[in-house]
Design a protein around this ligand. Structure first.
Ligand code: CMC
Length: 427
């Protein structure tokens, strides 16, 4: 028997089939079953893709058992501690960290591309007051595709990269406009004198013509620590291999649709509370729990098999250990406590949930640890960012991941249109 293969026996017919094992540079190998249907006349069954690798990728690696995450081989701890979000973007797109000159050029280009076509502004007016910014964001990114409709002619690496840099630059502006529209207040244009993250905070907070901040709660200027905290949040969200929204992006890409339409579809997929919508749901849930005294009752609800209540911000399909991003944010949250006034009732409820869940048999036996969303909600609340903007902030961070995965998809000649099969059990 050949070594790097698996042999499968159909016990109904006694026939055996052999499939190659493809080895990974990190993580589990995969069995190449591309000819499985042709060989056996059967499909494989894996709803939710718990055992299915849908592509080969060189971008991001997660070891869920160890709680490890790497962008292009660089650990997330290194990226969060020693590098900015824009460096993460450069790394994901260019497969290496930038030199000082490259970073400066990249930064300058991102600043200059942040403006939206004036025509796109009108789209925001079509949305009702209080429209959720995720709805506006997804629609505006789809609309953006009509302003840059040259995706079928992309040929050179530089053209792909330009498509990527453009969307990374514009997403914060679209998100800030969506937010301001939801409040019925005038848009603030990007300021090319400001870096990526400070610019976004300014577009959220400033009054037209001045630098007063909408949610200042006593601070008149944007503090460096706020910029650092938000930049770290963007870095931690930059990519996460083949998660639900990225799978949607690749699926839409497989049909040949415009990359920004693929990203708009990723935005829609992210909105759900099992995915990126969890950060908003975490805070809504903490508010609903209301007091430290109610925590135990809600923990019991989460454990009850007859109750579909789940603790938001707990559990992950891949991480069966502490989410490494959550570890970084937990540390950041502790650092921010004094400076940003994190010692609130909400924070106390969160701490109590964390404490009980980490020592409770139900959560331990199912490997349910706090995930990134458990901590982002608290930190974003401390940054005076309202709940509906939490998931758009996830979008801002993840856009680079989606577009990098889109580019990788387009360049992989083995890939086909995403078209799964089914187990039909109907009439
Ligand atoms: N609270 C209580 N029980 C839970 C939770 C939770 N948050 N998550 C999973 N379980 C239980 C679940 O009931 C099941 O128990 P049993 O085996 O007795 O039936 C077991 O744990 C396995 O759950 P699952 O639904 O099969 O796990 P999954 O891998 O399909 O789902 C998840 C992963 C993230 C969707 C799920 O853990 C969840 O709904 N968490 C809450 C939402 C959340 O925080 N999502 C953000 C994920 S991180 C950000 C991102 O990357 O998008």
């Amino acid at each position: 028997m050949k070594k790097n293969t698996v042999t499968l026996t159909n016990n109904k017919t006694g026939k055996t089939y052999e499939y190659d094992i493809l080895d990974a540079t990190r993580g589990p190998s995969v069995v190449d079953i591309r000819t499985f249907f042709q060989d056996t006349g059967m499909f494989t069954y894996d709803p939710g893709y718990t055992s299915t690798a849908c592509c080969e990728s060189k971008i991001t690696f997660i070891d869920g058992a160890k709680g490890e995450l790497r962008y292009r081989g660089v650990t997330i701890e290194d990226m969060a501690q020693n590098h900015t979000y824009l460096e993460s973007c450069f790394l994901l797109l260019n497969k290496r960290l930038p030199s000082a000159q490259e970073l400066s050029d990249f930064d300058l280009e991102i600043r200059h591309r942040a403006f939206l076509h004036e025509g796109l502004r009108h789209l925001f007016n079509a949305f009702p007051d209080n429209a959720h910014p995720m709805a506006t964001l997804s629609a505006a990114v789809t609309a953006l595709a009509s302003f840059y409709d040259d995706h079928l002619e992309l040929e050179s690496e530089e053209e792909y990269q330009e498509m990527a840099r453009r969307i990374i630059s514009k997403i914060p502006t679209i998100a800030a406009f969506a937010y301001r529209h939801s409040l019925g207040i005038p848009f603030i244009q990007p300021d090319i004198d400001l870096g990526f993250t400070k610019n976004f905070l300014t577009m959220m907070r400033a009054y037209p013509g001045g630098k007063m901040h909408l949610h200042a709660n006593g601070h008149e200027v944007i503090k460096d620590i706020e910029v650092r905290a938000l930049d770290t949040i963007f870095t931690l969200h930059a990519d996460h291999e083949q998660n639900a929204s990225t799978t949607v992006v690749r699926g839409v890409a497989s049909t040949g649709a415009h990359p920004y339409v693929a990203i708009a579809s990723g935005i829609s997929a992210l909105w759900g509370r099992a995915h990126g919508g969890a950060n908003e749901s975490v805070i809504a849930q903490l508010e609903m729990i209301g007091s430290v005294d109610n925590v135990e009752a809600f923990i019991e609800k989460a454990k009850d098999p007859d109750d579909d209540f789940r603790l938001m911000g707990f559990g992950h399909r891949v991480y069966k250990n502490f989410d490494p991003r959550a570890k970084i944010l937990k540390k950041l949250q502790d650092e921010l406590r004094d400076e940003l006034g994190l010692d609130t009732e909400l924070m106390a409820i969160a701490r109590k949930i964390e404490e009980i869940a980490l020592s409770d048999e139900y959560f331990i036996s199912r490997n349910l640890y706090p995930n990134i969303d458990f901590y982002t909600g608290i930190i974003l609340t401390a940054l005076q960012i309202p709940k509906p903007m939490f998931t758009p902030i996830f979008v801002i961070g993840r856009t680079v991941g989606w577009i990098t995965q889109w580019i990788e998809f387009k360049k992989d000649e083995t890939l086909k249109i995403a078209r799964p099969r089914q187990l039909y059990t109907g009439e």
